[in-house]
Design a protein around this ligand. Structure first.
Ligand SMILES: Nc1ncnc2c1ncn2[C@@H]1O[C@H](COP(=O)(O)OP(=O)(O)OP(=O)(O)O)[C@@H](O)[C@H]1O
Length: 292
């Protein structure tokens, strides 16, 4: 897959509280990423950093396209917009300096795509939550968006509005957009999501595909004194993040097949690695499904 953006070693804290620590992952063209984690784990913060609305304390974001267009939809939908969707989108596009003709054409396309043509002249404050959510996504897509970032788009929607929005997201994915969203119920989006990123203890860990037929996998975090020691471990170890610690050791976050766990741990212990965490991925997903 074509990488469009790399998030490299991003860290963020508010006052003395660590929120995100050394987050490293890539976003590819047409990839659908769900970011999950407990309340207050830092999901919204990470989205705002990717959308360049909040600065990270350290680390960098590398864009692989010169003019990568990012659309951001916040968690809270404004409830008292007295404009019609057409007026609102026109206003938002004008603020961004879009040409009148191009803007009108785009608004027409979006109203059609989101099935809101019949509501084009109704004021947004009379809309249902699902319809308001659609207008917020439309404003994020006024320009030719490559990456759409959505904070909890499904929250507060009734099941009908959720499946309606799910259908819209599926169409956007089919049109080639990359989507990163936070959600509590990844099960709802199971057929759309390519990658699940989990924020846990300030770290961003990649869970495996949601496909239940996959071989069970386990996340492993360990420290090892030298990168060279990893060389002949790599076939059984899919390294996702690696960083140099102040003590000169390397902290490694990796995924292994659950059936290889004993052998990999034995090999690591022979190499004097220090094991920090072993967590079966399916169990972790189960935990997210049941506790959010
Ligand atoms: N601007 C800010 N100033 C200080 N603290 C903040 C700020 N923004 C977020 N925080 C704190 O950072 C932590 C992470 O917040 P964030 O909103 O990113 O979490 P979240 O995972 O999106 O939570 P939720 O699932 O409840 O929406 C929380 O403890 C929050 O209080």
């Amino acid at each position: 897959m074509n990488t469009i953006m790399e998030i490299q070693n991003i860290s963020k804290q508010y006052r003395d509280k660590k929120i995100i620590e050394n987050a490293t992952f890539s976003i590819c063209a047409n990839q659908f990423i769900a970011l999950v984690g407990k309340n207050g784990s830092g999901k919204s913060t990470l989205l705002k950093i990717i959308a360049e609305l909040v600065d990270a304390d350290s680390g960098s974001i590398v864009k692989h396209r010169q003019s990568l267009k990012i659309g951001y939809v916040p968690e809270v939908t404004p409830s008292h917009i007295l404009f019609t969707p057409e007026e609102y989108l026109y206003h938002m596009g004008s603020i961004r300096g879009m040409a009148k003709k191009q803007l009108q054409q785009k608004i027409n396309n979006l109203l059609e795509l989101f099935h809101l043509q019949e509501a084009r002249n109704i004021r947004i404050n009379n809309f249902s939550k699902g319809m308001k959510q659609k207008v917020m996504i439309m404003q994020a897509m006024l320009e030719d968006t490559d990456l759409l970032i959505l904070d909890e788009p499904l929250s507060g929607l009734d099941p009908k509005a959720q499946s309606d929005l799910e259908e819209t997201l599926s169409i956007l994915k089919d049109r080639g957009l990359s989507i990163v969203l936070t959600c509590h119920e990844t099960k709802l989006l199971q057929h759309l999501v390519d990658t699940v990123l989990v924020i846990q203890n300030n770290k961003v860990i990649q869970a495996e595909s949601l496909n239940k037929n996959d071989t069970p996998k386990t996340n492993l975090i360990f420290e090892i004194s030298s990168e060279k020691l990893l060389d002949n471990l790599s076939p059984s170890l899919k390294i996702q993040q690696q960083r140099l610690l102040n003590n000169g050791c390397h902290e490694v976050i990796a995924v292994i097949k659950t059936e290889d766990t004993d052998q990999v741990l034995l090999n690591l212990l022979h190499k004097k690695a220090s094991i920090k965490q072993v967590m079966p991925i399916n169990q972790k997903e189960e935990q997210f499904y049941t506790h959010f």
